[in-house]
Design a protein around this ligand. Structure first.
Ligand SMILES: [Zn+2]
Length: 268
């Protein structure tokens, strides 16, 4: 599913196209469940003032103290040309029309009062952005100390740091040789420092490659993200670890497919 690098790639493409455009109409097509598309009619007549991102959420600042929140879910794709199937939203703008396609319906496209995220607990309780000044070694260590759950599962919660999903957590933990099942509170400060650095570097490298396309993710212009070529463990089950040649293993952790090297990332 799209994670921070993919959403940031989309944001970078949308920003110059959308800013200062007025939304003329908003129409929904087979867009259920309704709560994922609530209050979209409030966007009509409003001007898009800025295109921001928080974690994996796109946040379009609208006039009239409103925000249009977009989450791509598993399969959401945004484009300025009509899709053949599975379009959920069409926004008619002054210069063009924006289409939101979502095959598996995990996405969201809704309007809220600015900063009112109570209906979206993940966004409401989200940790710092990984590229922000707030994401420090001290903050990260303190956050991890609070959790008795597996490190991977806690990172996916978005609470210690925003934007990571299955792919980039597996890659970052492999990079710093931490077993994904290690309890978050058991990570030493020295390892936390290396992990923080790896998270930032991996996310930046992926943004430069326009993200990772494994299945559905496409940029706004319809291209695939090229970072899949740089993945070391994610999706490489049974292949040799690039560092030690041990076979990469896949387990299910917290309900999520998890890839790691049993030698480099030994639990001890
Ligand atoms: Zn290895």
């Amino acid at each position: 599913m799209p994670e921070l690098p993919e959403v940031e790639t989309v944001r970078l493409e949308l920003e110059p196209i959308l800013v200062n455009q007025k939304i003329l109409s908003a129409s929904l097509v087979d867009a259920i469940p309704a709560k994922k598309y609530q209050d979209l009619e409030l966007a009509i007549g409003q001007t898009i003032k800025s295109v921001n991102r928080r974690g994996k959420f796109l946040i379009l600042e609208l006039s009239n103290n409103l925000e249009l929140i977009i989450h791509l879910g598993m399969t959401g794709v945004i484009a300025f040309k009509e899709f053949e199937k599975h379009v959920r939203v069409k926004l008619e703008l002054e210069n063009n029309s924006l289409y939101f396609q979502d095959v598996r319906r995990f996405g969201r496209f809704l309007v809220v009062k600015a900063k009112d995220y109570k209906s979206m607990p993940t966004l409401h309780k989200m940790g710092p952005e990984p590229f922000s000044k707030q994401f420090t070694n001290k903050q990260f260590f303190t956050a991890l100390q609070k959790s008795n759950t597996a490190l991977k599962t806690y990172l996916l919660s978005q609470k210690p740091v925003a934007g990571l999903g299955n792919i980039y957590v597996d890659e970052a933990l492999w990079q710093v040789k931490i077993n994904p099942q290690t309890k978050a509170k058991d990570i030493s400060l020295a390892k936390v420092k290396r992990l923080r650095k790896a998270i930032i570097e991996i996310l930046q490298a992926s943004i430069e490659a326009q993200g990772t396309t494994l299945n559905d993710y496409r940029t706004v212009s319809g291209e695939v993200g090229e970072y899949a070529n740089q993945l070391n463990v994610y999706g490489h089950t049974g292949e040799p670890c690039p560092r030690c040649k041990t076979e990469i293993e896949r387990i299910i952790l917290g309900g999520r497919s998890t890839h790691f090297c049993p030698k480099c990332q030994n639990i001890n």
